[in-house]
Design a protein around this ligand. Structure first.
Ligand SMILES: *Cc1c(COP(=O)(O)O)cnc(C)c1O
Length: 221
């Protein structure tokens, strides 16, 4: 575990240098979906602090089992509107907001709990039916809507490009997300997974979401 994490950090540093950036400008989100709480604890003991989950219920269980640790949980998977109530407050950052209805629900739940929920807007840059994310054309509407909600703060954009065997092919998607993010002046850019995080960092990622390179292949059974 320690070896995997330090290897990922080395790769982050090298990619940042290639991109002419400081490695401190990149935060590693260790994606622990399907991983047992004890493996998360091991990663924590190796120094990892930010963990990403894709299901609210699974995250709640792990957060409960690991409540003696100072973990920062992030939601990286698609969030259903009826789960927003439990997601708000549990997650420091929700990476996957992609509709006005979801913005409104998160705002409502955050208002009830009396705080401001940080979110990223998930953008779908390729025409893939199976992926979530708002289309580029919908993005302006989402940003404007969020601007009028008091209990939501948009920190930036997130994307999951199509899967390629060759990570270089994801580069144009990362470049595009960076351009959009710059246009809005948001500070955070969540892009890059095990297969392509180095290219994403070269293109400006501030948050990379890495699961397999840290915890090994996922077991969904
Ligand atoms: C599962 C997941 C990841 C991590 O993927 P790996 O290829 O295992 O690094 C990153 N982002 C999202 C949105 C995911 O669902």
């Amino acid at each position: 575990m320690l070896e995997n994490i330090s290897d990922v950090y080395k790769r982050i540093s090298h990619a940042a240098m290639r991109g002419g950036r400081s490695p401190e400008g990149v935060r590693l989100v260790a994606v622990s979906k399907t991983v047992q709480a004890e493996a998360v604890r091991e990663a924590y003991e190796a120094g990892q602090r930010i963990f990403g989950e894709s299901k609210v219920q699974e995250a709640q269980k792990k957060a409960e089992a690991l409540n003696d640790l100072n973990i920062q949980w992030h939601m990286v998977g698609h969030l259903q509107r009826n789960k927003a109530k439990h997601a708000v407050g549990l997650f420091k950052l929700i990476h996957s907001v992609d509709s006005i209805a979801l913005l409104e629900e998160i705002d409502k739940q955050a208002a009830k709990k009396g705080f401001v929920q940080s979110v990223l807007l998930q953008v779908k840059l390729a025409d893939e039916d199976t992926k979530s994310g708002a289309g580029e054309k919908e993005l302006d509407g989402l940003v404007q809507k969020a601007g009028g909600l008091k209990n939501i703060k948009v920190e930036g954009l997130m994307t999951v490009p199509p899967f390629f065997d060759e990570p270089e092919r994801a580069r144009p998607f990362f470049k595009r997300l960076k351009e959009l993010n710059n246009a809005y002046g948001f500070p955070e850019l969540s892009m890059g997974m095990t297969g392509d995080f180095e290219v994403a960092i070269e293109e400006g990622a501030t948050l990379v979401r890495v699961g397999t390179a840290i915890f090994g292949e996922r077991d969904y059974t």
